[in-house]
Design a protein around this ligand. Structure first.
Ligand SMILES: [Zn+2]
Length: 120
């Protein structure tokens, strides 16, 4: 496998992700300002963040929405109640500084999986 040596100058943001982020922004307008992370290029993901090689953020299906201890639960629950249910990371893994959601279970996802991780 070739070593990734630099950042890329593009971002992938899938339609389903932007559409469902818009839905959440309508419910929780404060999330429109900060998202901690949406697309992460493979270099940044592996070398700088230290994520797994197949981090879902490199496929454009995931967002880390900024939250805190007062907003985390409401945002988490709203994400889980979307009409297309995303995978939503539990607080034990995300802490309260962000709510991670991704659409890996949508059949057109570049990172398609038939189900979310256990507990998501
Ligand atoms: Zn994430």
């Amino acid at each position: 496998m070739d070593t990734i040596v630099t950042h890329v100058d593009y971002a992938i943001i899938r339609d389903i992700l932007s559409a469902k982020m818009d839905t959440l922004y309508g419910i929780y307008p404060y999330t429109i300002l900060p998202s901690n992370r949406v697309y992460t290029c493979p270099y940044h993901s592996e070398v700088e963040v230290g994520s797994a090689a197949n981090d879902v953020h490199i496929y454009g299906d995931a967002v880390d929405m900024h939250s805190d201890s007062t907003t985390w639960q409401g945002l988490h629950d709203a994400a889980q109640n979307l009409d297309v249910r995303p995978c939503v990371e539990p607080q034990s893994q995300s802490t309260t500084n962000h709510v991670h959601m991704d659409f890996r279970t949508v059949s057109t996802s570049f990172y398609y999986r038939s189900s979310c991780p256990s507990g998501w």
